[in-house]
Design a protein. Structure first.
Length: 80
């Protein structure tokens, strides 16, 4: 049975192949609550793929959900 931890690991494993978005959608469909780690993997995928607009949506979504932006996520944005 899938859980948020397992889906985070899958996103990390495939984030450079854009499978990360599919895994993220699966996580949302199963009503799993993403954590900061999951958001950081998603943001890394967007930043590496030149998806600045999507990366900024991730940043905003985190704040809207009350999650704190950590140094890892801030670093992805600074590197762009």
């Amino acid at each position: 049975m899938a859980n948020a931890y397992m889906l985070n690991v899958l996103m990390l494993a495939f984030h450079r192949e854009w499978v990360v978005e599919e895994v993220w959608k699966e996580m949302m469909a199963k009503n799993f609550s993403p954590n900061v780690y999951g958001y950081s993997v998603l943001m890394a995928a967007y930043c590496e793929g030149e998806g600045m607009e999507n990366a900024m949506k991730v940043w905003k979504d985190m704040g809207d959900k009350g999650l704190k932006h950590d140094i890892v996520i801030a670093t992805y944005l600074v590197q762009l």
